[in-house]
Design a protein around this ligand. Structure first.
Ligand code: SF4
Ligand code: SF4
Length: 120
């Protein structure tokens, strides 16, 4: 036991003082993700595909809600978003002392009227 104690006293710690000290993320790390709400069409694809059921979309109120504490950062919602408004950062989400939900309000886009050229 003594050699172990001595070795540990004079070698660098194997752990980090997170969140003060953070590790660089890997090249293809799936980190915090966000919704560019102005481009969202509230199609609910992300909510339907999410294996954790942590996304709620209200098509009437044009709201998008997400529980980051239930998210497993699988990236399925990002891959399936038809408008590509869901994006995933490389950095991980910052730690938090309380549970919070991400809530966003957008606008339902009106369908464009077909021009005479498109109708013919
Ligand atoms: S899949 Fe994309 S466009 Fe559809 S509701 Fe989700 S974030 Fe919006
Ligand atoms: S990353 Fe995965 S778990 Fe998180 S919201 Fe998207 S589909 Fe759901």
């Amino acid at each position: 036991m003594t050699p172990n104690v001595l070795r540990n006293l004079f070698t660098k710690s194997a752990t980090r003082l997170y969140p003060k000290e953070t590790r660089e993320t890997f090249e293809r790390a799936r980190g915090e993700f966000y919704n560019e709400i102005k481009d969202c069409i509230f199609c609910k694809t992300c909510a339907r595909k999410c294996p954790s059921q942590c996304i709620t979309v209200d098509t009437i109120e044009a709201t998008w809600q997400y529980d980051p504490f239930a998210c497993i950062y699988c990236g399925v919602c990002v891959e399936n978003c038809p408008e590509k408004c869901l994006r995933q950062k490389q950095d991980y989400r910052k730690p938090s002392s309380g549970k919070e939900v991400v809530f966003m309000k957008g606008e339902i886009k009106k369908k464009k009227k077909k021009t005479e050229d498109e109708q013919s």
